[in-house]
Design a binder for this molecule. Structure first.
Ligand code: NDP
Ligand code: ZN
Length: 363
């Protein structure tokens, strides 16, 4: 129904405002409508704070009785950090609840809908489901796998190089493209790079160039703990920094980093195995991971088939040279039958550059 889509679209827009700041919770928007007028709306903004329905019903006040409530995700039915929204909707006496998509969280999964129906509330499910599912792709992935949703990003030249043969990579793409990257950083729980990138570029890996930037956790893969003690990420204190090391690193070496703004995470194996790493990050409630290179790290994630999305920025420049690195290192796939197949989700230009978002085909 057109009317339902109209209000649900508004609820989705409200939910979008929370992307990047509700982790490990989903983003949710809610709109209360009475006699063809919007009388309340709200979004979930931070884990531990009120859910979207609570804000929207609170704004509607008395007018919420007999109203229609549009919500982008199935209302919760369990006691978490806040009381169940399904109970609140029932107590308020709303007439109808329109839900875009169900909550795969086993604590909710259909129970919210059942509770509302049992109380005699009319419930419609599935309005703008696709948009609502996309909105929470990170949360749904995390709930299902207990590991972060991984986005692999790189900037390359038109001839597919991520640096010159001497290792210079500043800057391949335009400022506009780099600003877009910073927006993605804000949207993620953590950024990850290999130690060689830290050594070569001494990056800050913070969110700049965009308003309202929240700095994600910075993660460095560094089997033998070679991250320079004077690196920006170790000293600037701008964001939490985790250095992941292999099991062979001695405690005396780790002690050199005490007093620095870093946490050393020692894996159980001598090498950093990507699947194990993702489990550890999932346990630490990292729900989304932005992998920013370099080529070796990208190679490991691709070979582990641990990539959920690829974002490529391609600049109209030709670097050339057989020794200039390509985006994905490692040993690569030997047969075409084994390569990773993806489907293009979107193609757009950003300033002079091209941006391609692609999703691995999973079946
Ligand atoms: P990386 O930054 O990918 O670092 C690779 C190193 O990380 C490895 O040699 C290894 O060192 C360590 N590491 C630890 N665990 C793993 C693992 N599981 N998989 C892979 N590596 C692991 O190095 P590259 O040399 O490939 O890339 C660096 C270059 O790429 C720089 O020149 C940089 O400027 C460029 N770059 C370009 C980007 C772009 O988008 N244009 C983005 C990022 C970098 P150890 O064994 O010691 O732990
Ligand atoms: Zn709730």
């Amino acid at each position: 129904m057109k009317r339902d889509e109209y209000y649900m679209r508004f609820a989705i827009e409200l939910a979008k405002a929370g992307i990047g700041q509700t982790s490990p919770n989903p983003v949710v928007g809610a709109v209360v409508v009475k006699n063809g007028e919007i009388v309340g709306f709200g979004a979930h903004l931070k884990a531990g704070e009120p859910h979207a329905e609570v804000h929207a019903l609170c704004m509607a006040g008395e007018k919420a009785k007999d109203a229609d409530v549009y919500v982008t995700l199935e209302p919760c039915s369990h006691y978490g950090k806040t009381p169940p929204c399904a109970d609140l909707l029932i107590e308020t006496g709303v007439k109808r609840v329109i839900i875009a998509t169900t909550d795969p969280n086993p604590l909710v999964a259909g129970k919210g809908i059942a509770k509302l129906r049992q109380a005699g509330i009319e419930v419609d499910v599935g309005i703008l489901k696709q948009e609502a599912d996309e909105l929470n792709q990170v949360f749904f992935h995390y709930i299902a796998t207990k590991t972060p949703f991984v986005t692999l990003k790189y900037a390359s030249s038109l001839d597919g190089k991520i640096a010159t043969k001497t290792g210079e990579s500043k800057w391949i793409t335009s400022e506009a493209a780099r600003r877009d990257v910073h927006r993605y950083r804000h949207l993620h729980d953590a950024i990850l790079v290999g130690v060689n990138t830290v050594i070569a570029d001494n990056p800050s890996l913070t969110v700049r160039h965009v308003e309202g930037g929240k700095n994600p956790i910075r993660i460095i893969l560094d089997t033998h703990l070679r991250t320079p003690l004077d690196a920006n990420v170790v000293n600037d204190g701008e964001a939490e920094t985790w250095i992941v090391v292999g099991s062979g690193v001695k405690e005396e070496k780790i002690a050199q980093y005490s007093g620095k703004h870093v946490q050393i995470i020692k894996m159980n194996q001598p090498k950093i195995v990507i699947d194990e790493l993702l489990k550890v990050l999932g346990e630490k409630q990292v729900t989304s991971l932005f992998v920013e290179g370099g080529a070796e790290v990208h190679g490991s994630f691709i070979e582990a088939k641990a990539v959920n999305q690829v974002i490529a920025y391609i600049a109209p420049k030709v670097i050339g040279g057989k020794d200039a690195p390509a985006p994905i290192g490692g040993s690569g796939f030997a047969q075409m039958a084994d390569v990773m197949n993806l489907k293009i989700k979107s193609v757009e230009t950003i300033g002079p550059d091209l941006k391609i978002v692609a999703l691995p085909i999973t079946d």
